[in-house]
Design a binder for this molecule. Structure first.
Ligand SMILES: *[C@@H]1O[C@H](CO)[C@@H](O)[C@H](O)[C@H]1NC(C)=O
Ligand SMILES: *[C@@H]1O[C@H](CO)[C@@H](O)[C@H](O)[C@H]1NC(C)=O
Ligand SMILES: *[C@@H]1O[C@H](CO)[C@@H](O)[C@H](O)[C@H]1NC(C)=O
Ligand SMILES: *[C@@H]1O[C@H](CO)[C@@H](O)[C@H](O)[C@H]1NC(C)=O
Length: 422
């Protein structure tokens, strides 16, 4: 994991240098493909959780002939990033010249050199285009595949994929707010609003059991519940790099306020520090050191009579004997944690299923980790806390819709009917 994050960091340094020129030009509407049978207003991608890495994988149909290619889901990523050096076979692959309008739109006006025979991943053009196909939906089940004939992506070497990535993964699917990220490119191609919703599954599986919806609701989960009609909303702040932040004003446990230095909760846009970011590549919510200490102390004080284990399981510091915790519909019976947003009435409620994790057989730990002193973001909400919650990113409306745990609504993120045939 450490080396994966390290490589990621290198990748960001590289990509930020590509992106210096830039920032959020609205994507242009591309020509609509006349061969598409109808103009869908919503698309769906399946998600799976990888048990070994706690990363989430989505299979995207690409190339000609069409092939399902696995990608890591990266909420704050800027584009679809593909390792295309090896075994990239496609008759529709095209790499526009590095100074072309396509690459300018992709914000990759960078020219890359390669001295051997030009092939995918080795040519002077860094942005690339190829066919991408994705399932349309009306909200309750997958519909026909639709095509984006010249989907823009970044073509890069495979070295980033070597360590800490799930096996077979071929790149990163970026969902950030950037000109050619998946949500913006799909919305601009098909002409639907730039909105997407993420519903991460809680269990690892070999079959699709979570979903990303592009476009507006309804998002229907079995037995037929439209989650989009049950969302609460809070303002969404987008950093200059296209990353997603929300404003937490306090944290409450058992309805009591946890003492926190409020200045840490403010996001300083210019410095890119403080605030609360949302991430799909951090497995557990990361809290700045002083917040972590206050939070863990407060939570344990609300569980009197349940002894903490002397030897917690790393990276956690608060663990209990699983048998000592009651079991409920919404996970281990621990006090609710509320992330209080723009006012006291708007709360993202976290119950045991999202606050606790069985770190080892029989040992249940508080699923939050210490981010040390002076991290960039004071809080990074990680994937364990997002599981079985639906979160909708409305890029034009700058707001985040959130459901809190779907387990309360007697459904889950694994309840989209992917088995129904179009
Ligand atoms: C790179 O761009 C040039 C000019 O658009 C094009 O002729 C060439 O085919 C591109 N290279 C690849 C590998 O597509
Ligand atoms: C790529 O760029 C290098 C350096 O600018 C140049 O020498 C080489 O001929 C170019 N290759 C192709 C295939 O255009
Ligand atoms: C609160 O945090 C800010 C920013 O890190 C720091 O400058 C300030 O000293 C802190 N205040 C207290 C009372 O710890
Ligand atoms: C999924 O949809 C199919 C076809 O509409 C239906 O036959 C099947 O029962 C559904 N699955 C569940 C679990 O309801």
């Amino acid at each position: 994991m450490a080396s994966f994050l390290h490589l990621f960091h290198i990748f960001f340094l590289i990509s930020t240098s590509f992106f210096l020129v830039t920032q959020s030009k609205p994507p242009q509407r591309t020509a609509f493909n006349p061969r598409t049978a109808f103009n869908p207003n919503k698309l769906v991608l399946p998600i799976q959780k990888d048990q070994a890495t706690h990363l989430f994988i989505t299979n995207i149909h690409k190339r000609n002939p069409l092939k399902q290619v696995p990608f890591v889901v990266h909420l704050n990523g800027q584009f679809l990033w593909v390792a295309c050096e090896q075994s990239y076979l496609s008759s529709t692959y095209h790499a526009p010249l590095c100074h072309s309008t396509q690459c300018a739109r992709a914000n990759t006006p960078y020219c890359h050199t390669c001295n051997s025979t030009p092939r995918p991943g080795c040519h002077n053009n860094t942005s690339a285009q190829d066919v991408l196909s994705i399932q349309s939906t009306k909200g309750s089940k997958p519909g026909p595949l639709v095509r984006v004939p010249r989907f823009l992506f970044a073509c890069a070497t495979s070295f980033l994929l070597q360590k800490g990535f799930p096996k077979n993964v071929q790149g990163i699917a970026g969902l950030g707010h950037a000109p050619i990220s998946l949500p913006n490119q799909l919305a601009s191609h098909f002409g639907f609003p730039p909105k997407f919703a993420l519903c991460l599954p809680s269990s690892a599986s070999n079959v699709p059991n979570g979903a990303i919806f592009f476009g507006d609701g309804p998002y229907l989960m079995l037995p037929g519940i439209d989650i989009s009609s049950q969302l609460r909303f809070t303002p969404l702040t987008i950093s200059p790099e296209g990353q997603y932040y929300i404003t937490l004003t306090s944290i409450r446990i058992n309805n009591k306020q946890v003492p926190i230095n409020a200045s840490l909760l403010k996001f300083n846009v210019n410095a890119g520090t403080g605030g609360t970011k949302i991430s799909t590549i951090k497995p557990y919510t990361v809290l700045e050191h002083s917040i972590y200490q206050s939070f863990t102390r407060f939570l344990t004080s609300q569980l009197p009579g349940i002894p903490q284990l002397a030897k917690p399981v790393a990276p956690f510091s608060v663990c209990y004997d699983s048998r000592k915790l009651k079991s409920t519909r919404a996970g281990p019976g621990v006090p609710n944690i509320d992330f209080v947003l723009q006012n006291q009435n708007v709360k993202w409620t976290i119950t045991g299923a999202n606050s606790m994790v069985e770190a080892r057989r029989g040992v249940t730990c508080l699923a939050f980790v210490d981010g040390g002193v002076r991290p960039r973001a004071s809080i990074i909400i990680g994937s364990h806390q997002l599981q079985d919650n639906l979160v909708q990113f409305d890029l034009a409306g700058s707001r985040l819709g959130f459901s809190s745990s779907l387990l309360f609504r007697r459904t889950s993120c694994s309840n989209f009917n992917f088995t129904a045939t179009p």
